[in-house]
Ligand binder design. Structure first.
Ligand code: ADP
Ligand code: MG
Length: 721
C-alpha cells in the first residue's frame, strides 16, 4: 500500500461504502489515514441491560435481532426498530426517519448502542430512542477487555469516526489497521522539523497516526490531536507568512500627506472621531510612508465607523501626486461584497468628499454611476461602463467603488495606490490578488471586517495581515438595551414590544427553525419555528399588526417582496430565521426578539442585535431562552456586559468550544485544527516558528519536505476553488 493509491485498490467496498467515502472526500490511503476520529469510546463505560433506568444516557453491547422498518401509526414517519440482547436482558431500540439502519445492519450482528433510555407510556416498557448504533467484532466480557485487535485487555479505547451514512467506525478501524500492517508508516516522512517536535514535545507523524487511530490511553490520543492541531495551524501560518513576505516585497506608492490636510478633511466630519478611529487612521498613514505595500486588517463591530477610516485614508491617497508628476492624483479602489453595500459606500463617500470636487465612480454588475453629475453637481448620474472605465483608466476618476465587478480584467487603473476591501472574508486570497496584480506598483491594502472572531483565529487566518482593532463605539450612541427574559415575563416582554410598535417602530422576531417541529427529534420539539410562531403571534398576541415571515427556503423574489414591505413599513413585525443577519438594513426596526437564544452563539446573537442599531432611536433586544438553567442565563448575560463582538467571540470559544464558532465553515480549518484555536500558546508557538523559518529560509530550500507539503496543500486548494 502507498499513500497515493486509491482506496478501492486495497479494499473491497460495497456501494454505500463507496458513496460514503466519496462524500467524506476520502479517495486515497492518505485521506484514510487523515480521517480522524471525533472521539473515543471506552468499553469500560458499558452497562448491563438489566441495570438500565428511564432517563439514563447509556451504552450497551449486545446482539441485535428482529430489525425491521415500519411507518408510524399516526405520524407516517419511517421507523426502524430492533431488540438488543446481552447476558442480562434485552431492550428495544427505535429509530425515527432512519429506515436504512435496518438494511445496513444484519440480523444477529454484534453491536454497540448508545442513547437515551425512554419509557413507553402505555405499559412502561423501556426502549432506546434514536440510539447511535455501531457494529463491533466482539462483546466486551469484562471491564478492561479489548474490543479490537489481539492484545487482549490492554486498551479499552476505540475510535469513533464522524457519523456517516453507509460506513461504520468499525470499518474505518479495520481499514486503518490493515494500512498500518502493510508497513505504510515506514514510508512516511515527517514534514515537521525534528527540533520543532522536540521543542513542543510533539509526537512524530508515525507515532501520532497510531495514537490517533488506536490509542492505548487518553494521553496518547490527546498528544496526537495536539500534534495535528499544531501542524495545521503551523502550515496555515507558514502559508500566510510567506504570502506576507511576498506582499511586503512589493514596492508601493509612498503616501505622506501633510498632517494639516488630513486634519482639515476630518474636521468636516459631522462628528468627532473616536480615539480608536484616530489610531486606525494613523496606523494606516504610518504604513503608507514605508514604500512597500501595506497589508492591514481593520476589525470593528458593525457601527464602529470603519467607513470614516476608509474615507480619511482614501483622502490621504488621492491628495498625493503620482511619482514624478505635478498633476493628477493617486487612485483608490473600494470593494464591497454586495451591490447594496457598494451603493451604500458610494453614497457615504459622496457625503465625505462632496466639498473636494473629486469624482467618484461606482461599478457593479447592474450598472455604473459617476459623481458629480454634469447637470447636478450635488448628485450622481448613470453612465456607461465604457465611459467609466475610460475615466478610471486615464486617472480622471480617483475613487472607484464597486462589487467584484471591480476586479474584472477590463478594469484598469492609471495609478491604483490603495485598495480597500470591505468584509474581506468573503473574498478569497485569489480574488484579492486579482485586484492588485494588474499594476506593477502594488496598492496598499486595507481589509475591513465586522465578523467577530477570537484573537487566536484572527492571528491564524489573517496571519498575513497586520491587525488594527476598532474596539470603541462612537460617542453618544445610545447603547442597545438587551434584556434576558425569564419564562414568567413573556407577556411583559410583548407589552414592551407593543409600546415600540405604537411609537411607529418595527420589530424582528427571530426563531431557530423554519417549520413545524419534527417529532422524531426530541430536541427540536422545544424550538420555535418561524411559520408557527408567526401564526401564533398574529392570532393571539399582535392581532392589530401586520406580520411577515422570512427564511432561507423562500424564493428570492418572495424574500425581496417581504423585505420591501418591511422596509416600507407595511409589515410591522418580521418573523425570521437568522437569515436577517446579512445585509438587512431597516432603520425603523428598533426591536429584536430572539427565541430559543440558547441555540445561538453569543457572537451570532450580537450580529443579530446589530440589525436594530441603525438609527438614533433607542433600540431593544429581548433574548428569550427555552431552557432557562442558571448556566444558560449566565452565558447569555455576557451579552449585557461584553464591550464588543470580539469579546463575545472569546466567550463562545471558552464556553462552546471551537467547533461552535460562528461562521466556522468558511475558515477552511479542520475540526482538529480548530482545537488549536482554543489555545493561544499553541497558536503563538506555530506563528513564532513560521516567522522564524520564513525569515531565515523563505523559499524553504532547507526544508524540502515542508515545502512539498505546502505545495500539496496549495494544489488541493486550487482544486477546490
Ligand atoms: P461600520 O462600517 O463600521 O459598520 P459605518 O462606517 O457605516 O460603520 O458607521 C456607522 C455610522 O456611524 C455612520 O452613520 C457614521 O456616519 C457614524 N459614525 C462613524 N464614526 C462616528 C463617530 N466617531 N461619531 C459618531 N458617529 C460616527
Ligand atoms: Mg461598513
Amino acid at each position: 500500500m502507498d499513500l497515493i493509491s486509491p482506496i478501492e485498490s486495497h479494499f473491497r467496498l460495497l456501494g454505500p461504502q463507496k458513496s460514503a467515502l466519496r462524500k467524506l472526500g476520502i479517495s486515497t490511503v492518505e485521506d484514510l489515514l487523515y480521517h480522524f476520529p471525533v472521539r473515543y469510546g471506552d468499553t469500560a463505560e458499558s452497562r448491563n441491560i438489566a441495570s438500565l433506568r428511564k432517563g439514563d444516557e447509556a451504552v450497551v453491547y449486545g446482539k441485535i435481532s428482529r430489525l425491521k422498518t415500519s411507518k408510524g401509526f399516526r405520524t407516517k414517519i419511517a421507523m426502524a426498530d430492533g431488540v438488543v440482547v446481552d447476558d442480562t436482558g434485552s431492550i428495544k431500540c427505535v429509530w425515527f426517519n432512519q429506515p436504512y439502519l435496518a438494511k445496513m445492519i444484519p440480523d444477529e450482528a454484534l453491536v454497540r448502542v448508545e442513547g437515551k433510555v425512554s419509557e413507553r407510556k402505555k405499559d412502561g416498557e423501556l426502549y432506546l430512542s434514536n440510539p447511535k448504533i455501531e457494529r463491533v467484532d466482539k462483546l466486551p466480557t469484562a471491564v478492561g477487555d479489548s474490543l479490537f485487535g489481539s492484545d487482549g485487555g490492554i486498551h479499552t479505547l476505540y475510535p469513533v469516526y464522524p457519523e456517516s451514512r453507509g460506513i461504520t467506525s468499525n470499518w474505518f478501524y479495520h481499514a486503518i489497521q490493515k494500512a498500518f500492517k502493510s508497513g505504510i508508516l515506514d514510508a512516511l516522512e515527517d514534514p515537521l522539523p525534528p527540533e520543532i517536535l522536540e521543542r513542543y514535545s510533539l509526537p512524530t507523524l508515525r507515532t501520532a497516526l497510531v495514537w490517533m487511530h488506536a490509542p492505548q490511553k487518553d494521553a496518547d490520543a490527546h498528544a496526537a490531536r495536539k500534534r495535528f492541531a499544531f501542524e495545521e495551524v503551523f502550515f496555515i501560518q507558514l502559508e500566510r507568512q510567506r504570502e506576507r513576505r511576498e506582499w511586503k516585497k512589493n514596492p508601493a506608492f509612498v503616501i505622506e500627506p501633510k498632517p494639516e490636510v488630513i486634519e482639515r478633511f476630518v474636521s468636516r466630519f459631522p462628528f468627532p472621531l473616536t480615539s480608536a478611529q484616530s489610531k486606525a487612521i494613523s496606523d494606516v498613514l504610518d504604513d503608507f510612508k514605508k514604500g512597500n505595500a501595506m497589508a492591514r486588517l481593520l476589525e470593528g463591530d458593525v457601527g464602529s465607523g470603519k467607513t470614516a477610516v476608509a474615507a480619511a485614508t482614501a483622502h490621504a491617497a488621492i491628495m498625493t501626486r503620482p511619482r514624478g508628476q505635478d498633476y493628477g492624483s493617486l487612485q483608490v479602489a473600494y470593494m464591497a461584497p454586495t451591490e447594496i453595500l457598494a451603493a451604500q459606500h458610494f453614497e457615504s463617500f459622496i457625503q465625505y468628499f462632496e466639498h473636494t470636487g473629486i469624482s467618484i465612480g461606482l461599478i457593479t454588475g447592474s450598472g455604473c454611476r459617476k459623481f458629480p453629475s454634469k447637470v447636478n453637481p450635488r448628485g450622481w448620474t448613470d453612465i456607461s461602463r465604457t465611459q467609466l472605465l475610460k475615466w478610471v483608466g486615464n486617472g480622471e476618476i480617483p475613487i472607484l467603488i464597486g462589487t467584484h465587478a471591480l476586479i474584472q480584467k477590463s478594469v484598469k487603473f492609471k495609478n491604483l495606490a490603495y485598495a480597500i476591501v470591505d468584509e474581506q472574508h468573503r473574498f478569497g486570497t485569489a480574488q484579492r490578488q486579482k485586484l492588485v496584480r494588474k499594476d506593477e506598483i502594488h496598492p496598499h491594502l486595507l481589509s475591513m471586517t465586522a465578523t467577530p472572531i477570537p484573537r487566536t483565529l484572527a492571528l491564524t487566518i489573517y496571519g498575513d495581515l497586520d491587525i488594527t482593532l476598532l474596539d470603541q463605539m462612537p460617542h453618544g450612541r445610545k447603547p442597545i438595551v438587551t434584556e434576558i427574559v425569564l419564562k414568567t415575563k413573556r407577556d411583559e416582554m410583548y407589552e414592551k414590544v407593543r409600546r415600540e410598535l405604537r411609537l411607529g417602530r418595527q420589530a424582528y422576531v427571530i426563531c431557530p427553525r423554519i417549520d413545524e417541529p419534527d417529532p422524531a427529534k426530541e430536541m427540536a420539539v422545544l424550538a420555535k419555528s418561524v411559520k408557527e410562531e408567526a401564526k401564533r403571534l398574529q392570532d393571539s398576541v399582535f392581532k392589530e399588526y401586520e406580520i411577515g415571515i422570512l427564511h432561507s427556503k423562500m424564493k428570492d423574489a418572495e424574500k425581496e417582496r417581504v423585505m420591501a414591505e418591511f422596509k416600507k413599513g407595511s409589515i410591522h413585525i418580521l418573523v425570521a430565521t437568522s437569515v436577517v443577519e446579512v445585509g438587512v438594513n431597516v432603520p425603523n426596526a428598533t426591536v429584536i426578539l430572539i427565541e430559543g437564544a440558547e441555540r445561538f452563539g453569543l457572537s451570532q446573537l450580537h450580529q443579530l442585535r446589530g440589525r436594530v442599531v441603525r438609527s438614533n432611536h433607542q433600540a431593544y433586544c429581548f433574548v428569550y431562552a427555552e431552557t432557562q438553567s442558571q448556566k444558560t442565563i449566565d452565558r447569555l448575560k455576557a451579552l449585557t456586559t461584553a464591550k464588543n463582538g470580539f469579546e463575545l467571540a472569546e466567550f463562545d470559544l471558552k464556553f462552546r468550544g471551537a467547533g461552535e464558532l460562528y461562521g466556522k465553515r468558511q475558515w477552511g480549518i479542520s475540526d482538529v485544527g480548530m482545537e488549536a484555536i482554543k489555545n493561544i500558546k499553541m497558536v503563538e508557538a506555530a506563528r513564532t516558528e513560521a516567522v522564524r523559518i520564513v525569515e531565515s529560509d523563505g523559499s524553504l530550500a532547507n526544508l524540502p519536505l515542508l515545502r512539498a507539503k505546502l505545495d500539496e496543500r496549495k494544489s488541493q486548494r486550487i482544486h477546490f476553488e
